[in-house]
Write a protein that binds this ligand. Structure first.
Ligand code: GAR
Length: 217
């Protein structure tokens, strides 16, 4: 099997991008990040790409006539580099149809809540304000909806009465950094199959992999 080529889209800090770089460098993930695309020239993810010798492009939406034009251009850049999987690592835009059509079931997103709870933005604040006792994170394939695509892996974290957006975000982020590389690894091994709105994971103890309960500390 040839090495999976990954294209990453990120808007900001890029700690999830870093967790994928680290998993590759630690040889836990057999893949190659061939391109970072960011929609913000100030994204710290760019520094990470530079440090690890990864090609990057800054593609700012206002340089394109429409949202569809923008995502068609993004898809074209990814296609030129023969990307096999597109990874949204803190990409803060709703993906347009031209990109979804070009990479159907080959775009993964990480979301900082247990979907379908708390889609959209300011997710950890929503979870704290609502008073849930368990939150977490979700890796899912991207479809036309907002955070609605088939779920690949989720990890749960406890939420305490005193949690704030900041403290919960930090706890969730630790789990994001575990499950995102893991989901990509399953994809790279050809073990993910989308069946309707569900994802089937092939192999031994597959279901145990798709829900991770870290110990409560
Ligand atoms: C992460 O918590 C990610 O789950 C979230 O943004 C953060 C990016 O952090 N993504 C979304 O909310 C997508 N709607 P990072 O830039 O350090 O990876």
């Amino acid at each position: 099997m040839s090495l999976l080529s990954i294209g990453v889209l990120a808007s900001g800090r890029g700690s999830n991008f870093q967790s994928i770089i680290d998993a590759i460098e630690a040889r836990q993930l057999k893949a190659n990040i061939v391109l970072l695309i960011t929609d913000s020239p100030n994204a710290y993810a760019i520094e990470r790409a530079k440090k690890h010798g990864i090609e990057y492009l800054t593609m700012v939406t206002k340089q394109y006539g429409s949202r569809d034009d923008y995502f068609a251009a993004v898809a074209a850049e990814l296609r030129i580099r023969e990307v096999g999987l597109v990874v949204l690592a803190g990409f803060m835009r709703i993906v347009g149809k031209p990109l979804i059509d070009a990479f159907r079931d080959r775009i993964m997103n990480i979301h900082p809540a247990l979907l379908p709870s708390f889609p959209g933005l300011h997710v950890q604040k929503q979870a704290c304000d609502y008073g849930v006792k368990i939150s977490g994170c979700t890796v899912h394939f991207v479809d036309e909806g907002i955070d609605t695509g088939p779920i690949i892996i989720q990890a749960a974290v406890p939420v305490s009465f005193d949690d704030t957006e900041e403290t919960l975000s930090e706890r969730v982020l630790k789990q994001e950094h575990r499950i995102f590389p893991e989901a990509i690894r399953l994809f790279s091994e050809g073990r993910l199959e989308v069946v309707g709105r569900k994802v089937k994971i092939a192999g031994a103890a597959a279901d145990k992999r798709s829900l991770i309960f870290p110990p409560i500390d």
